[in-house]
Design a protein around this ligand. Structure first.
Ligand SMILES: [Zn+2]
Length: 70
């Protein structure tokens, strides 16, 4: 299992470890509500606090967050 050595949150260079990035908020794709959230990352499920939609977080290699309906 790879360890998180020296991983920083800088966006300046694309790192293949982007998928390990953690988020603490998201915007619901269904109702556009801004949801502060406990820490979540790739493949975690989050729940919109406004419309109740269950979403799966997908973080790509560049550390970009996408949300899909779970
Ligand atoms: Zn929503």
């Amino acid at each position: 299992m790879p360890r998180d050595e020296g991983f920083t949150d800088e966006d300046d260079e694309a790192t293949p470890d982007g998928a390990k990035r953690k988020f603490d908020e998201f915007e619901c794709p269904a109702c556009s509500a801004h949801n502060p959230y406990e820490e979540f990352g790739n493949n975690d499920e989050v729940l919109c606090g406004y419309c109740g939609l269950s979403l799966k977080a997908i973080v790509d290699a560049e550390g970009k967050l996408k949300l899909r309906e779970a």
